[in-house]
Unconditional design. Structure first.
Length: 338
């Protein structure tokens, strides 16, 4: 599987992937173009928007330049991308003229090799337009080293993302991040249960700007993180769970102590910045409980205001006039009506 931080449907041109050297990719296209004496060479990627050219060899024309986008229904690129690893040698004479964009006018043959992500899913392909070669199948093998090189760079990109995601510290606050908490908290929880300690999961979050007197900024979240770290004990585990939320695994004597921690953080926050408002929720479990950490976290996190489903808007309905019961209670009115 690809790392969660990598979206294969997002173009490399739109993502900040420093591990992928697109300049080097362009130089590879230049080498291939020179070897095959072709019209041009390019690499395309299948994205949510369609087939997008990522890099290409330098040409005098404006066709097939980086950023050029072709529709996802483009049959030629679909066949190229889904071909076997040894690639295809296409004769475009088999396509109707209406099936090809005007960019392909004068292009008779395409030599291609598919490029895959590390998990085996298709990234795109390397394409050589109008290559000059006597034996297409034999000369096509020259694309294999370039194909391997490009796939290795994609593997390196995924590996770097995994390393970054597994880093246990949050750069903004110095606290554990989401992954660090999931690695450290279960061990501490088992240790605490062994010694008979009660435990609680607490989630903290500053109220959203719609409900807060001041807009929330990064320094406000850093302040909240610092106050949480100053409040908890050494045995407790705290983490910057995501951009706005903080989580604490606290070991206490009873459920009331969990509420005291929440009140103390709220009081310290008010002293530091009286305009900020805090939302907090918790779940509590005893040493005899067999509850796992993950469901207890979800239970506590689900109580935050920001995790509640939006309330449906109630349409204003006209109020019908109330019946005047005095007309029916007045005998005179009844007799008059008769």
């Amino acid at each position: 599987m690809l790392p969660e931080t990598i979206n294969p449907n997002l173009s490399l041109l739109d993502s900040d992937n420093q591990q992928v050297n697109l300049t080097r990719w362009m130089h590879q296209c230049e080498l291939i173009n020179s070897y095959y004496n072709a019209n041009t060479v390019f690499i395309f990627q299948k994205t949510s928007a369609g087939f997008e050219i990522i890099v290409s060899a330098i040409t005098e024309t404006t066709q097939f330049t980086a950023g050029t986008l072709y529709p996802a229904e483009f049959e030629l690129f679909q066949q190229i991308q889904n071909s076997q690893p040894d690639g295809l040698y296409h004769n475009l004479g088999s396509f109707m003229l209406d099936d090809l964009p005007r960019d392909f006018d004068g292009i008779q043959h395409i030599l291609s090799r598919p490029i895959a992500w590390p998990d085996g899913s298709q990234f795109g392909a390397l394409c050589v337009l109008n290559p000059h070669m006597a034996e297409p199948l034999a000369n096509a093998a020259m694309l294999e080293p370039f194909q391997i090189l490009l796939q290795q760079e994609l593997s390196l990109l995924c590996q770097n993302h995994r390393i970054e995601s597994l880093s246990m510290r949050d750069q903004e606050t110095g606290m554990l991040n989401h992954y660090g908490f999931l690695m450290m908290a279960p061990r501490q929880l088992n240790l605490g249960r062994r010694f008979g300690a009660h435990a609680g999961i607490i989630f903290f979050e500053l109220l959203s700007p719609d409900n807060a007197p001041v807009p929330l900024e990064d320094n406000h979240h850093r302040l909240l993180g610092k106050l949480i770290q100053d409040t908890i004990r050494t045995a407790d585990v705290a983490a910057h769970y995501n951009t706005t939320q903080f989580v604490v695994l606290a070991f206490v004597d009873g459920e009331r102590d969990i509420q005291h921690i929440m009140k103390r953080v709220e009081k310290l926050l008010e002293q530091q910045n009286h305009l900020l408002r805090l939302d907090a929720s918790y779940s509590f479990f005893t040493p005899e409980s067999s509850a796992k950490l993950a469901p207890m976290m979800e239970l506590a996190r689900g109580k935050l205001d920001s995790m509640q489903p939006p309330k449906p808007e109630v349409e204003d309905t006209p109020v019908k006039p109330a019946i005047d019961s005095s007309l029916y209670d007045n005998p005179a009115a009844d007799s008059a009506a008769l």
